[in-house]
Design a protein around this ligand. Structure first.
Ligand SMILES: CC(C)(COP(=O)(O)OP(=O)(O)OC[C@H]1O[C@@H](n2cnc3c(N)ncnc32)[C@H](O)[C@@H]1OP(=O)(O)O)[C@@H](O)C(=O)NCCC(=O)NCCS
Length: 157
């Protein structure tokens, strides 16, 4: 029987402190550093779902909405939105956490990860159980993006 897992089974949160080494020449968190944190998060979420090693197939939709600055606490939350046969789409939301604990979103990204075996062959991933209204809405969006990405690869635009 095809295995199934819940979104919460692989959901992951990670927190960082923005330090001097993360800052660009304009005094903001360097975008490339955040992209690394996002890619690592996508890999962890996908690996937890697949139970195999995974690789990044594409970064789809990475939107910087606001900056982060020295001393900020940055929180990344990653969760699965959609799975195909061997691929998984992960949404990673990044927030700056204020002193009172409220969180302000500064980035949203979607990455597609592919599950691999020890010989780098693609392997089937468990199905995704979507329960809440927002998980169902993400699944529908993920399905549309999956079809669109396939079409773009086929037509090469
Ligand atoms: C990602 C990779 C494994 C896909 O292999 P492939 O033989 O081209 O893939 P296929 O056409 O058989 O597709 C396999 C799955 O990946 C998905 N996929 C492949 N290329 C994709 C892309 N560019 N964007 C989104 N999804 C992609 C397919 O939709 C398919 O999903 P499904 O099984 O859920 O339907 C391969 O291209 C690869 O190894 N790329 C390098 C990855 C890497 O090194 N990443 C780190 C960068 S430093």
């Amino acid at each position: 029987m095809h295995r199934m897992k819940r979104v919460e089974d692989s959901q992951t949160e990670n927190t960082f402190l923005v330090m001097n080494k993360h800052i660009n020449c304009y005094g903001r968190l360097f975008g490339g550093v955040l992209m690394q944190w996002i890619d690592e998060m996508a890999g962890i979420v996908a690996r937890r779902h697949a139970g195999t090693i995974v690789t990044t197939a594409c970064v789809d939709n990475l939107n910087f909405k606001a900056g982060a600055y020295l001393g900020d606490i940055v929180v990344l939350i990653g969760k699965l939105t959609y799975v195909g046969r061997t691929s998984m789409e992960v949404r990673i939301d990044t927030y700056v956490e204020e002193l009172d604990g409220t969180r302000r979103m500064i980035n949203r990204a979607y990455e597609v990860m592919v599950a691999l075996d020890e010989n780098d062959n693609k392997v089937e991933v468990p199905g995704l159980i979507v329960e809440t209204a927002s998980e169902k809405a993400e699944w529908e969006g993920g399905e549309k993006r999956y079809v669109l990405r396939k079409e773009r690869r086929r037509e090469g635009y």
